[in-house]
Design a protein around this ligand. Structure first.
Ligand SMILES: [Zn+2]
Length: 133
């Protein structure tokens, strides 16, 4: 598939398009989305990056959600939707990669563990390995 740069009209090959991945297991695709690289093509002549909007489905197994993005009028087949719903997935559709990115960011907190705060014992605490006598 050929792709024309919207800036200078240069022709180039379109990248390998990602149409489905699992969040958060598929780290490369997840970070491509978070860092605005998902389905992006960089023009070799002017270095302009262009995101190509195509049908992408992200399976969020822990959240039982299937996040879907795609050009207007393009969607999953009825059989695919039925299969997702039969597996307990709720379908959430967005219109562009930015909205998809925000949906994924909202889910990241689930996997980020906070560092436990350290509570210092009071001065007269009977046991303290760190007390200097
Ligand atoms: Zn270009």
């Amino acid at each position: 598939m050929r792709f024309t740069c919207p800036v200078d009209g240069a022709l180039k090959r379109s990248p390998r398009m990602v149409n489905a991945f699992r969040f958060p297991e598929d780290l490369r695709e997840t970070f491509d989305l978070l860092e605005w690289r998902l389905n992006c093509v960089v023009c070799p002549a002017c270095k302009e990056a262009t995101a190509i909007l195509t049908l992408v489905i992200i399976l969020d197994k822990d959240g039982k959600t299937a996040l879907l993005v795609g050009p207007e009028g393009v969607s999953l087949e009825h059989a695919q939707v039925a299969q997702l719903e039969a597996n307990g997935y709720r379908l959430e559709k967005v219109t562009d990669y930015d909205a998809l990115r925000l949906k994924v960011i909202a889910r990241l907190d689930r996997y980020l563990k906070p560092v436990c705060p350290v509570i210092l014992p009071p001065e007269d605490a009977p046991l303290s390995r760190f007390r200097v006598h």
